[in-house]
Design a protein around this ligand. Structure first.
Ligand SMILES: Cc1cc2nc3c(=O)[nH]c(=O)nc-3n(C[C@H](O)[C@H](O)[C@H](O)COP(=O)(O)OP(=O)(O)OC[C@H]3O[C@@H](n4cnc5c(N)ncnc54)[C@H](O)[C@@H]3O)c2cc1C
Ligand SMILES: *[C@@H]1O[C@H](CO)[C@@H](O)[C@H](O)[C@H]1NC(C)=O
Ligand SMILES: *[C@@H]1O[C@H](CO)[C@@H](O)[C@H](O)[C@H]1NC(C)=O
Ligand SMILES: *[C@@H]1O[C@H](CO)[C@@H](O)[C@H](O)[C@H]1NC(C)=O
Ligand SMILES: *[C@@H]1O[C@H](CO)[C@@H](O)[C@H](O)[C@H]1NC(C)=O
Ligand SMILES: *[C@@H]1O[C@H](CO)[C@@H](O)[C@H](O)[C@H]1NC(C)=O
Ligand SMILES: *[C@@H]1O[C@H](CO)[C@@H](O)[C@H](O)[C@H]1NC(C)=O
Ligand SMILES: *[C@@H]1O[C@H](CO)[C@@H](O)[C@H](O)[C@H]1NC(C)=O
Ligand SMILES: *[C@@H]1O[C@H](CO)[C@@H](O)[C@H](O)[C@H]1NC(C)=O
Ligand SMILES: *[C@@H]1O[C@H](CO)[C@@H](O)[C@H](O)[C@H]1NC(C)=O
Length: 774
């Protein structure tokens, strides 16, 4: 955001350079750079590139340094020599650390975060002392930018620097705003002579003599290139991903006496897991954003959103608990139809009752999460009850009647316990952690499984303390269970040479991942990423004079209603003991194509502002009905990876089937059909300028996303139509399994986590029963 003045580096067309870079050796690190020291501010800029290669893992990176006197409050580098349309690097000291970021500008205004693929890693030579700060960094993916331009590392170029003696607005925040530089300049550089055969040594922290040890690191940043190497412990089962699929799998496998390693790329979530992200008003209680149900809506408005996977282009939780630590926690026990062979389950899966019972025993649902048993902020229930009873709906306790999903409504049901987020983290993970056979490692990223044809040998991680070069082996007959979620597991499979050829070719073209890809004659062609489903969801926004919109949840993190905050802190009761939904309802529709489809409604006080409406409204009285289409839906899409290896939607799955669209339109019209019978009820979105049909037609498909991805590694009968068999084993492998939402062949009737947990219980029981394992 532009806070103060314009930043104005001039474009450089036709400028002659009085300064140009030359080679020098940094006196402290011994690294040889090409660059210069600006004589006015006494700031040194240096660059060194890997040996010249035009493709492969290091073709787009370099190591750079900035050595600046302490008066320099921030320093910027423009890699194309001008401010607009080239990659900008900005850094400043914050205490003993250097805070840095990649930026981009499309005008002479405050540059914003660069959204392309560039990774800055602060190297261990970085330091701050009483007179200077020295930032030594690796910049990967930095010579090619997402506008198609870049640095030609074989020829000459221009660099620009920016200097400021005015501190940035929030030195602790890498994305901080700042005012215009107080000085700037340019210099020419011959990149063709800036390549060094010592580059790998530099990355490893030594100045060029492989036998010498690196200078003592004083930086607080973590470097990926160093770190002790340990001899690896083999495991019977390595489970990748601590979401619901992975946690339930790891718990049951360790309970059966197997030696189990659970690897999670993210870090702590709830207080119980060591999480520390606590709202200002809850300090002292230790209850985190992830514990307190009433903070759910604040997950989507908080700029410090470390919990989302940054390499997946839709919402996905990258922390202990995966989606279940950041989701709305709506929790429905599955019904008969959710596991029917008519929606793609093998017939041996139709009797889900034993597995669902196991889940219920470990994690019962509640529709009154406040510890005092009372319900709070329930005005929408009264309004919906008038509206829906007029449409022939019955008021039921939903999880007492899982099979009853036509013309029913009731209180929203959650996987909260004791007024706090619970889910698999508070239950299954805790029993696993108590077992000596169970090992849990966080902040460990698995890139791929390592295999010899169909035999998986272990997993490749980024943590060299767990095994030589980060490789962790299996015991004889050992097995790997992938539970990385619909996007995470798909990417691991692609990077392991398993999936459609087009995705594997992307890996082959990746500078970071190609080396680990098995040779093409070992590729396993499976429809990974195909068949993807997610509930299309469309919001209707209303006002009613009885409704308390709760400030549209905008104040819950920093400025809650004091009495509600106090009540929650003292008793884990009140408004904060629940997430935002209050009412759910379902109705069945028969489509002209013969499929019965279910529409689900989720009702919450408040709405996402600003509203797109021409009507005036009272924002204190807003509520939202989200209408989803679930079981019976025929639309499917495809997920995969982009060139930067980000998990992404390749073909949108929302309302691509014409009957799906007809049914959701019908459901939306039905919801409002008797509005006039509820005094004071006013529809605000869509407004009176749009018919419901126009509203649906104009609805941005990407905002129909419900984050309920299933079927991307679907269970099924053959490698032609599915990725895993009825034992959750990946086709054409001996010992690789998937247990996560991806194996579910069709969207369940309600939000998916209940069905997923039951499916995980069933899958892990099958895996344990399958001969040939440890
Ligand atoms: C914002 C949001 C709201 C939702 N609301 C609801 C709701 O109210 N009710 C409901 O039923 N469902 C809801 N869902 C969906 C539900 O949370 C998911 O269906 C469920 O979490 C999927 O579980 P999973 O085990 O398949 O994967 P995930 O929960 O995605 O877990 C995967 C885990 O694997 C880790 N991982 C991934 N790749 C790697 C790797 N390479 N190496 C190591 N670790 C890795 C991730 O960090 C993550 O912890 C919501 C989802 C989101 C995102
Ligand atoms: C990248 O390339 C360098 C130089 O060829 C090599 O030493 C290094 O091991 C490679 N890294 C990976 C991860 O393949
Ligand atoms: C501080 O660091 C700079 C840059 O590395 C170095 O030149 C200088 O000698 C150091 N000063 C002190 C007092 O250590
Ligand atoms: C698992 O733990 C149990 C005791 O909890 C022990 O008897 C068993 O030998 C262990 N198995 C493995 C494979 O370590
Ligand atoms: C709906 O059912 C619940 C539980 O059975 C009951 O407490 C509530 O009063 C009912 N509400 C209406 C409006 O029927
Ligand atoms: C491995 O990756 C995870 C997730 O990105 C990260 O948090 C962790 O710091 C990485 N570990 C190392 C040693 O680089
Ligand atoms: C790979 O498997 C084949 C048999 O399938 C075996 O002959 C070979 O030794 C294995 N290679 C390794 C490195 O394990
Ligand atoms: C907590 O619960 C107790 C017992 O019901 C009650 O007396 C007290 O007022 C509650 N505290 C708050 C802050 O609501
Ligand atoms: C607002 O709604 C109109 C239709 O009335 C639509 O064309 C427009 O794209 C919407 N704007 C936004 C920002 O969603
Ligand atoms: C808006 O709604 C609030 C809460 O119901 C009410 O107190 C207020 O008077 C309303 N404002 C107007 C302008 O009607």
């Amino acid at each position: 955001m532009l806070r103060r003045s314009l930043l104005a580096l001039l474009p450089l067309i036709g400028v002659a350079f009085s300064q140009s870079a030359s080679q020098f050796t940094d006196p402290v690190t011994g690294f040889q750079f090409t660059g210069l020291t600006d004589p006015v501010h006494d700031v040194t800029y240096g660059f060194v590139f890997p040996p010249l290669v035009t493709s492969g893992n290091q073709s787009t990176e370099f190591i750079g340094e900035v050595v600046a006197p302490i008066e320099a409050q921030w320093i910027g580098i423009a890699l194309g020599g001008e401010m607009i349309g080239d990659l900008l690097l900005v850094a400043w000291p914050n205490g003993n650390e250097i805070v840095s970021s990649t930026r981009w500008a499309t005008d002479y205004i405050q540059p914003i975060a660069y959204t392309g693929q560039a990774t800055l890693t602060t190297l261990s030579e970085t330091k701050v002392n009483s007179t200077h700060w020295q930032w030594v960094f690796r910049c990967q993916g930095c010579t090619e930018w997402n506008n198609g331009e870049g640095i030609d590392v074989t020829s000459e170029g221009v660099l620009a620097w920016a200097f400021s003696n005015v501190a940035v607005d929030d030195p602790s925040d890498a994305e901080s705003t700042f005012s215009e530089h107080t000085d700037f300049g340019f210099f020419g550089i011959d990149y063709s002579s800036a390549h060094s055969s010592n580059y790998q040594n530099y990355l490893a922290g030594n100045a060029g003599n492989p036998t010498t040890t690196s200078s003592t690191p004083t930086s607080t940043s973590s470097s990926t290139s160093t770190g002790p190497t340990a001899s690896a412990t083999p495991y019977d089962y390595i489970v990748v991903g601590a979401g619901p699929g992975g946690i339930i799998s790891a718990d049951r496998l360790s309970q059966a006496g197997k030696k189990v390693l659970l690897l999670e790329r993210g870090g702590p979530s709830t207080q119980e897991t060591g999480g520390t992200y606590v709202a200002p008003w809850a300090e002292g209680s230790g209850l985190t954003k992830f514990d307190i149900p009433g903070l759910f809506e604040s997950l989507f408005t908080d700029p410090d959103d470390f919990w989302w996977c940054k390499d997946v282009t839709v919402f996905a939780g990258c922390l202990v608990g995966g989606g279940t630590s950041v989701n709305g926690a709506l929790y429905w026990y599955p019904n008969t139809q959710d596991f029917s062979s008519s929606v793609g389950w093998p017939s041996s899966w139709e009797n889900h009752t034993p597995y669902t019972s196991m889940v219920q025993a470990r994690l019962p649902s509640t529709d009154h999460p406040s510890t005092d048993g009372e319900r709070y902020l329930e005005q929408t229930f009264g309004v919906m009850s008038q509206l829906l009873s007029g449409q022939g709906y019955s008021n039921i306790t939903i999880n007492d009647n899982p099979n009853y999903k036509d013309h029913v409504y009731g209180y929203s049901s959650f996987d909260f316990l004791n007024g706090k987020r619970a889910g698999p983290v508070a239950t299954y993970l805790q029993t696993a952690l108590a077992r000596p056979n169970f090992t849990f490692k966080q902040n460990v990223m698995v890139s791929n499984v390592v295999r010899n044809g169909s035999q998986i040998l272990g997993v490749q991680t980024n943590d060299t303390t767990l095994g030589p070069n980060g490789f962790i082996p299996l015991t004889t007959n050992g097995r790997v269970v992938l539970s990385g979620g619909a996007f995470g597991t798909s990417r691991i499979l692609f990077q392991s040479g398993i999936g459609p050829t087009d995705m594997l070719q992307i890996v082959q073209g990746s500078s970071t991942a190609a080396a680990a890809l098995p040779p093409q004659d070992q590729w396993i062609d499976l429809p990974v990423g195909y068949n993807a489903q997610d509930n299309p969801s469309i919001n209707l926004v209303f006002t009613h004079p009885s409704v308390d919109a709760y400030e549209n949840w905008a104040d819950v993190w920093s400025d809650p209603r004091p009495a509600d905050a106090a009540q929650y802190l003292e008793n884990q009761s009140g408004v904060f003991a629940s997430a935002s939904p209050r009412v759910n309802f379902w109705r069945a529709y028969s489509g002209s194509d013969g499929f019965t489809r279910y529409a689900q409604g989720t009702v919450r006080p408040g709405a996402s502002l600003p509203l797109n409406t021409s009507l005036s409204y009272n924002s204190s009285q807003l509520f939202t009905i989200t209408v989803y289409l679930s079981t019976g839906i025929q639309s499917r899409g495809r997920v995969g990876i982009d060139a930067a290896l980000r998990g992404t939607v390749l073909t949108a799955p929302w309302l691509v089937n014409a009957d799906d669209k007809t049914v959701i339109l019908q459901a939306l019209n039905d919801v409002i059909s008797n509005m006039d019978s509820v005094p004071g009820l006013t529809l605000v979105v869509p407004d009176n300028t749009l018919t419901m049909e126009e509203y649906v037609n104009e609805y941005d498909p990407s905002t129909m996303n419900s984050n309920h991805w299933v079927s991307t590694t679907t269970i099924g009968s053959s490698a032609q139509n599915a990725v895993v068999d009825e034992n959750a084993k990946v086709f054409n492998t001996n010992n690789l399994f998937v247990v996560d939402a991806g194996i579910i062949p069709h969207l369940p009737t309600g939000n998916p986590q209940g069905t997923l947990m039951s499916a995980a219980e069933h899958a892990v029981a099958n895996i344990l029963a399958l001969a040939g394992g440890p």
